[in-house]
Write a protein that binds this ligand. Structure first.
Ligand SMILES: Cc1ncc(COP(=O)(O)O)c(C=O)c1O
Length: 417
């Protein structure tokens, strides 16, 4: 379907949605259009709400470190503000940041030019922009799950349908059935979304799998959106970055890589990210940025330059700390009966099987109410996640210890019931 056809159907869908909820006279109470009302609410938020009023909750449910952004980046932002960097910028970002990012991406993944970089208001905005660029109403999108909900819900906001191919859990942890994914990549598919290293499972796609998927996407003209925001949080082969589609693709094909300052430089609250995409779509991407946010905040962009220019050592120290925390938590959890956990190769989460979690939302609410332990329910990441819980280990070992003790006690008390 062409994008203009998509726009017409989208508009019809909007009118139909309005008619069905408000009636022809518009007399019933106002409501959002159907596609928006059908979006899944955040189950992690639901668990967090259940924990309100509980004293001393240990929150392992959100995907961020408990450490603040390093001083040199905060100083750069303060200096930028002192210098008056308070104005709109170019839609695609200030030139020195695009240059710095082009250098960074080139070092990690091969030759990339500033003209192939767009600065965004963090990863989630980059994902929305990438989807808006290529997906319209009625389009078919494929996603590998379990998956951070935003990736599945964003195409639905645009009226697309999303088919999922689930990873499976076994002796080697979470693995992909490559043949199933390739079979799902039919000629009528518009877009594939891959998030590797993956939230929530920590699964990392191998280079060979990436090559096979890229070949199939090329064959069938499918846009590939690679969410690589956790690429630096990789624990395999002494490498400093996970395998990336950017290593294999040219910069002039249907591949868009999405990235963020949130994880590698601990900048979640700053809302800064970027896109690597073919130069040929940049003008259109700039229009979408204009109509979404107009630009990322200028002083935040200047701080981003400091992060990219001076932050390599810091990033590597973050990853070393996360690797140690992952190993520590895996060992501690493996000692608890009723927990089935393996060490994944990437990201900052353990997504493990937990006895009694076949209704994981209910279990996580009970855990926070009764034990003050804040975990994310597996079902928040799609039906394939049911039976599992997610634990973000980006914190010190003292806090991990306290969490493990609470889980152990909770399970023992339940077993004794
Ligand atoms: C898989 C994935 N992609 C993208 C993001 C977006 O992060 P941000 O918007 O903070 O850059 C997140 C955040 O947790 C994530 O888990």
């Amino acid at each position: 379907m062409s994008e203009s056809e998509g726009a017409v159907i989208s508009e019809l869908g909007t009118l139909a949605g309005r008619a069905s909820t408000e009636g022809a006279s518009g007399a019933r109470s106002p409501s959002a259009r159907d596609a928006v009302r059908a979006l899944r609410p955040s189950q992690i938020r639901e668990v967090a709400n259940a924990g309100f009023g509980v004293p001393d909750v240990l929150p392992f449910w959100f995907g961020e470190s408990d450490q603040v952004t390093p001083q040199f980046i905060r100083d750069a932002a303060s200096q930028a503000l002192a210098d008056g960097a308070t104005f709109y910028t170019h839609n695609l970002g200030i030139a020195p940041l695009r240059e710095a990012l082009a250098g960074y991406v080139s070092r990690l993944h091969g030759d990339t030019r500033p003209a192939e970089i767009a600065v965004t208001s963090a990863g989630v905005n980059a994902l929305m922009l990438a989807a808006q660029l290529v997906v319209g109403a009625g389009d078919r999108v494929v996603a590998v799950t379990p998956l951070w909900p935003n990736l599945v819900e964003i195409p639905k906001i645009l009226g697309a349908t999303v088919e999922t191919v689930s990873l499976t859990y076994g002796e080697d942890g979470w693995v992909l059935d490559l043949d199933r994914l390739l079979a799902a990549l039919t000629p009528g598919t518009r877009m594939l979304m891959i998030n590797s290293p993956n939230n929530p499972t920590g699964w990392v796609m191998t280079r060979e799998q990436q090559q096979a998927v890229l070949d199939r996407c090329r064959q069938n003209g499918i846009w590939l959106i690679a969410d690589e925001v956790y690429e630096r949080l990789y624990y395999g082969d002494d490498a400093t970055v996970a395998p990336s589609f950017l290593d294999l693709a040219t910069r002039n094909e249907r591949v868009i890589a999405v990235n963020s300052f949130s994880k590698a430089w601990l900048m979640t609250g700053w809302r800064l990210g970027w896109i690597v995409a073919p130069e040929g779509v940049m003008e259109d991407l700039g229009k979408l940025v204009e109509y979404n946010t107009s630009c990322a905040p200028s002083f935040v962009q200047l701080a981003g330059i400091a992060a990219v220019r001076d932050g390599e050592q810091f990033t590597q120290s973050v990853v070393a700390g996360l690797r140690a925390s992952r190993d520590y938590l895996v060992t501690a959890l493996q000692g608890i009966p009723g927990v089935d956990v393996r060490a994944p190769l990437g990201s900052m989460y353990l997504f493990f099987k937990l006895q009694g979690a076949d209704r994981s939302l209910e279990l996580c609410k009970t855990l926070v109410r009764e034990s003050g332990l804040g975990l994310a329910p597996g079902s928040a990441f799609g039906p394939e996640g049911e039976g599992y819980v997610r634990w973000c280990y980006a914190c010190d070992t003292g806090r991990l210890d306290a969490g493990v003790a609470r889980l152990r006690q909770f399970l023992e008390t339940r077993a004794g019931l």
